[in-house]
Write a protein that binds this ligand. Structure first.
Ligand code: UDP
Length: 239
């Protein structure tokens, strides 16, 4: 028998972009399948998993506002985008033979269950992967904030932030070839060095509640499982 997961209960923050693969927008079926298989495998390994899914592959409020849609309304459209991804992810995980429940912070009872802490805890205890969609249900946030809020209210041990790069760097590694990756950082160091780990509001909440944030790349197959096994490259942002 192998070691248990490094964290017993985690929130995985998955951006909408992670689901679009090489496509310019929307959902890329093979990528969706790969990530669903990774999540199912991570759950099989023994971790309890809640996924907070973004919507940027369809719509982001700020972009809508730039095109003249009032911000609060544009954010409503963005929240709907996260529900689209949540429903797609729910079905993709179940196709892997693992139960999943999409819960929306914006009530849409004919599409899925509404998010409540009680419902989320119930499904986690049953071994189901919870997909928290609809963000916070409030405008003027991105899905980084509900990722940390869900982690705090569900007593998760860490937020696993899936990104396009394999951690936090001293500078943008795509522009600066001398950029170095941090293996480990404290929340305070990240703030002192102005390193953008996630949105400021969300990061402040993580710092205050001493929630570790693990930043890793979702590009590799099995990336989430690898993080839970303590393999794979990542930056650990810890209290
Ligand atoms: N959103 C919101 N409130 C929230 C979370 C998200 O209004 O609590 C809206 C916001 O417009 C955001 C969009 O939903 O741009 C999609 O979420 P996000 O930008 O976080 O998606 P990601 O970049 O992770 O794909």
């Amino acid at each position: 028998p192998s070691n248990p997961p490094k964290w017993k209960r985690v929130v995985v923050k998955l951006s909408g972009e992670a689901l679009m693969g090489d496509a310019p927008h929307g959902l890329h079926a093979p990528t969706l399948e790969r990530i669903a298989a990774d999540l199912a495998s991570a759950a099989e390994f023994g971790a309890q998993i809640a996924v907070v899914v973004g919507g940027g592959n369809f719509f982001r409020g700020i972009q809508g506002a730039d095109k003249g849609i009032e911000r609060a309304r544009a954010d409503s459209i963005g929240m709907l985008a996260t529900v689209m991804n949540g429903l797609a992810l729910e079905q993709a995980i179940e196709a892997q033979g693992r139960q999943a429940r999409a819960l929306s912070a914006v009530p849409m009872p004919s599409l899925c269950e509404s998010y409540s802490r009680r419902a989320a805890l119930h499904h986690l205890a049953k071994g189901r992967i919870v997909i928290a969609a609809g963000g916070t249900g409030l405008p003027f946030f991105t899905t980084d904030t509900p990722a940390v809020v869900r982690a705090a209210e569900l007593s998760a041990d860490a937020v696993l932030k899936a990104t396009q790069v394999d951690g936090v760097y001293t500078a943008d590694p795509k522009r600066d070839p001398s950029a170095r990756r941090y293996e480990r950082l404290t929340h305070d160091e990240a703030i002192a060095k102005s390193l953008a780990v996630m949105d400021t509001a969300a990061f402040a909440l993580a710092r205050e509640n001493k929630i570790p944030i693990i930043v890793f790349s979702i590009a590799e197959e099995g990336a989430i499982r690898a993080v839970l096994e303590g393999r794979g490259r990542a930056t650990h942002v810890v209290p």
